[in-house]
Design a binder for this molecule. Structure first.
Ligand SMILES: [Zn+2]
Length: 232
């Protein structure tokens, strides 16, 4: 079940956190905080290699905790396409820097929770990469914490389900996956930016008439109906 914030009280300045557990409840051990402070002094904070084994372990633990926390906020799904990542392991799951960490202006946000999320590798490596075309103001840090500064659905400041609905049914080898879009600019931008149409499947069309999926066809029809009416 999706855990939504009951109240949308600003957590830091004008930042609005849309998911649970809340970002401002995240904490690390003193050793983990210390190694991150060291990392932030380096040229590439996220890729910092600590000098001792103990610090390296603390940094690994901190990164693991960050990933687990963000996955929990999205119930184990990719923050951009909603593919399920539960049990998918490290080969499918990425710690995602929303404002790309490779750019000097965003480097200070390398370990900032509101700039981090959990995504699938497809969304992160194939589409998002180090692109920043989804950010409007790239200079004013005060704008970085505002939903309106992002053209796509922000993984922390926007509720994905306000804009998109992922509908999926699988019966044995037959699949249907559809993304229904609300009438919002963020819905369309996200759909295009991550090429969600490339994830849509409708193999039930080919399978029509097979008695083994006769009962499923009713569910598929209902699904298409929901997709057609979403956002209206
Ligand atoms: Zn994804």
């Amino acid at each position: 079940m999706l855990k939504l914030m009951r109240s949308e009280a600003p957590t830091s300045g004008a930042m609005i956190d849309k998911y649970l557990p809340p970002l401002n409840a995240f904490s690390l051990t003193p050793a983990e905080d210390d190694v991150i402070a060291e990392a932030m002094k380096s040229a590439s904070p996220w890729d910092f290699k600590p000098p001792t084994k103990a610090e390296a372990l603390a940094l690994k633990n901190a990164k693991d905790k960050i990933l687990a926390y963000h996955l929990a906020r999205h119930d184990g799904n990719c923050c951009y396409c909603r593919s399920n990542l539960n049990g998918a392991g490290p080969y499918m799951t990425d710690r995602e820097h929303i404002l790309p960490k490779g750019q000097a202006v965003f480097k200070l946000l390398s370990f900032t929770m509101w700039n981090l999320a959990a995504s699938c590798k497809r969304c992160n490596l194939q589409f998002k990469k180090s692109d920043d075309s989804f950010v409007l103001d790239k200079q004013d840090p005060a704008k970085f914490i505002l939903s309106d500064n992002y053209l796509f659905i922000h993984p922390n400041f926007d509720l994905w389900e306000d804009h998109l609905c992922r509908l999926a049914v699988q019966v044995n080898t037959e699949n249907i996956v559809l993304y229904a879009r609300a009438a919002s600019a963020k819905a369309q931008f996200t759909y295009d930016f991550f090429d969600l149409t490339g994830l849509e499947i409708d193999s039930f069309d080919r399978a029509q008439g097979l008695s083994t999926i006769a009962q499923a066809s009713g569910a598929v029809a209902a699904l298409r109906q929901i997709a057609a009416t979403f956002g209206q």
